[in-house]
Design a protein around this ligand. Structure first.
Ligand code: ADP
Length: 474
């Protein structure tokens, strides 16, 4: 079947050919029939009738020939439309058709280049949005989400399926954000707002900018969300740190001042009293020196400047020296220290000196907070039980050895437990007992530097169990 255009081209050719055939028949009949009209008419009728299909056929062939470039262009255009970007036509002719094919190819090349550039830009945009820490939402002029990056999904706690196409109000789900967007839409002005979101665990701080996009073809809105919670937290940690350190130094400094003044004013003439005062002054100086040393140690550990000399070490080589060192202190306090070391413990991969420091801090606290006649157990285990926070019991496939220091002491109030490993944190009742409040912070950093975890379970009045895990050596 010929399409409409081909028929329209073929028919005039067919008519022309038919007329030529008739003319040919007329000329031939003149030669063959001479002047006999009947014979000539027969010739003309025969040529006329039989010439119809022949001229239609020839007209069709001519139409096909002349329209071939259009047919080929159509096929190539269809292939390009279905995604075959490399499809092209070879210009086999030098006439107007050849020029059309040239122009067509150039247009397709151009389109292809534009498409590639656009796809690259889209890819860059997707990568940038994906890597951005802040949340970004791009919406159209009706406030329907067109793009949203993973950070925004996480901050707004929404899942990607169904988000694109949803309204900003549905996605943002916070009345102040929705109000700000409506204001931006009404006034065409950028809106900035700081949000405090009170959660169960902590308060989040967001800085949000809603910017109208004024591009002529695609007007819309961009919402930028920056999560400043961590910066706020660090600021408050720094504030607490400065206030804690000032507080910790103020007390010994004040007593030092009193002691020195007393010696200066009255005790100089009374050497025994002066000596006693100076001894107390020395104790205060020692306490301050210890605090400064612990602070330095903590900051060195925190900044990763403490190189760990990791070696496969038997667990008893860590536990027994510490127990020995603190035996006399335990004896003075009237508490018993019991050690339970299973026979088949694997060695641990640690810097023995540092881990001894951890255990010393824990045992020292246990002795300090356990009343006379109390008991302290040091248990070591490879079991996976009783890990907090779903902690993994295997680091790179190796088992973890868990050391627990269990006492029958004062225990720690539940309200203090979550903060007990913070530097300078002391449960209220411990404030009078000396100590810097840095021991557990140092212990936590050292254990974490070894790839382990430290945690505590405690019941007020019953006792506490501090445990830490260490990677077993291969
Ligand atoms: P400190 O030098 O004050 O002991 P730590 O960081 O070692 O500092 O301990 C912080 C706080 O944790 C202590 O002040 C005390 O309130 C509490 N604590 C630590 N260990 C125990 C324990 N075994 N029993 C009761 N409370 C403890």
């Amino acid at each position: 079947m010929l399409s409409g255009l081909r028929w329209r081209v073929a028919l005039p050719y067919a008519v022309l050919i038919w007329l030529l055939l008739l003319a040919l028949a007329y000329w031939v009949s003149g030669t063959v029939c001479g002047g006999e009209m009947g014979c000539r008419q027969t010739w003309l009728w025969a040529a006329g009738l039989s010439g119809i299909p022949l001229s239609l056929y020839l007209g069709r062939q001519l139409a096909i020939y002349f329209l071939r470039p259009i047919h080929q262009l159509t096929l190539v255009a269809r292939r390009i439309a279905s995604g075959d970007a490399a499809a092209r036509l070879l210009p086999a002719r030098r006439d107007e058709w050849g020029e059309l094919i040239h122009a067509f190819n150039a247009a397709v090349d151009n389109l292809h280049r534009l498409n590639t550039a656009l796809a690259e830009e889209q890819q860059h945009l997707t990568t940038v949005l994906g890597k951005m820490g802040g949340g970004v939402i791009i919406a159209d002029k009706d406030g329907r989400v067109r793009r949203i990056n993973p950070a925004a999904l996480a901050l707004l706690d929404v899942a990607r399926p169904g988000v694109v196409g949803a309204s900003l109000a549905e996605v943002m789900r916070h009345h102040r954000l929705i109000e700000a967007w409506q204001e931006c839409r009404r006034t065409g002005q950028e809106q900035n707002l700081a949000l405090e979101l009170y959660g169960e665990k902590q308060t989040a701080f967001w800085q949000v900018n809603i910017v109208p996009l004024a591009e002529a073809n695609t007007p819309g809105y961009m919402v930028l969300i920056q999560d400043l919670t961590e910066i706020h937290r660090l600021q408050s940690v720094r504030r607490d740190f400065v206030s804690n350190i000032s507080h910790e130094l103020r007390t010994p400094l004040a007593s030092l001042k009193v002691l020195v003044e007393t010696v200066h004013d009255s005790a100089l003439d009374d050497p025994p009293t002066a000596r006693a005062f100076l001894q107390r002054a020395e104790t205060e100086v020692d306490a301050m020196t210890q605090m400064v040393e612990e602070l330095l140690e903590l900051s060195r550990i925190e900044s990763g400047k403490v190189p760990l000399r990791l070696q496969a070490t038997p667990v008893e080589a860590i536990v027994l020296p510490v127990v020995d060192r603190l035996a006399s202190q335990a004896e003075r306090a009237g508490v018993t220290v019991l050690v339970d070391l299973p026979a088949d413990l694997p060695p641990v991969l640690v810097d023995a000196e540092r881990i001894q420091r951890v255990l010393t801090n824990l045992l020292h606290n246990a002795i300090k907070f356990t009343p006379p006649a109390g008991k302290i157990h040091i248990d070591v285990d490879v079991s996976e039980s009783e890990r907090p926070h779903g902690q993994k019991s295997f680091v790179s496939g190796l088992p973890m050895v868990v050391v627990a220091v269990r006492d029958t002491g004062a225990g720690i109030p539940a309200t203090d437990l979550p903060r007990i490993f913070e530097r300078f944190y002391k449960a209220d009742r411990a404030r009078g007992r000396g100590g810097t409040g840095l021991g557990l912070a140092i212990a936590r950093h050292l254990v974490q530097a070894h790839g382990g975890e430290i945690w505590v379970k405690s019941k007020e009045g019953k006792g506490s169990t501090f445990s830490f895990s260490l990677p077993a050596a291969e």
